[in-house]
Design a protein around this ligand. Sequence first.
Ligand code: ATP
Length: 271
Amino acid sequence: MAEPLMKVENLTKVYNSDAKEVVALKNIEFTVQKGEFISIVGPSGCGKTTLLEILSGLRLPTTGSVKIKGKAVTGPQRSIGIVFQEESTFPWRTVLENVEFGLQMQGMPKAEYRDKAHKMVELVGLKGFENSYPFELSGGMRQRVAIARTLVTQPEIVVMDEPFGALDEQTRLILGGELLKIVEQTKATVVLVTHSIQEAALLSDKIVVLSARPGKVKYLIKSTLPKPRDATALTTPEFAEITQKLWSSLEEESLTKRHDVDNDSSRVVGQ
Ligand SMILES: Nc1ncnc2c1ncn2[C@@H]1O[C@H](COP(=O)(O)OP(=O)(O)OP(=O)(O)O)[C@@H](O)[C@H]1O
């Protein structure tokens, strides 16, 4: 197999606050190949956001490492693009100006960045809205702007934290299908954190299922969905099989967590 684009090795994160130690992640290991679409799912509080922050270089692990092409990630860098859950467009810039921002910051000549931004705006389906401001768009359209703004700089890897989290399930799946087309055309490599089993099953080549806190890799599920895929894959037997696997592994974890909470509270009651 080819050398992975990203390699996560023996990653552990311990938070120390108010003299309390919280082990958020423990011995996380997985690889991401160039062009792969990976999703990370797990019960609430298992460390998904922490993991994404470490992969992006926004936070350092306590032990272990993240490497891109063999080089350790020790801080934010141009090779990693980030799309956050919350709306991260600049309200004072038009759609086109939002998409141009990263290229402008790189010092690219105006004619070149304008041309690239126009093409990217078209690719994300916002042609005709170049001069609109974010407040004039729907939530889904604003997230397309955020995605376009990140992808236009052609990062080696794009990390996304629930980019469609604020949208209803139907819209997020439709946008997810569109995202796949954009990712295919731009040949982007994506690591996505999501709470949605359906979104993970539809979009991913590989799904990393984390256990309840401390987050450990519980399963690595490889997709059997044929490519190219879009929202029509939702009715296939392969999709049903993947969602079933995800559902049962996450249910197990939620029950484990529930059991821990119950035990904790019984200890408190008994003290
Ligand atoms: N800055 C911090 N300081 C101390 N503890 C933290 C910090 N950030 C997160 N944690 C703890 O680490 C654990 C993992 O948090 P994290 O937000 O990464 O989980 P998550 O899986 O993204 O949660 P959710 O699904 O609810 O968004 C939680 O117990 C949380 O309280």
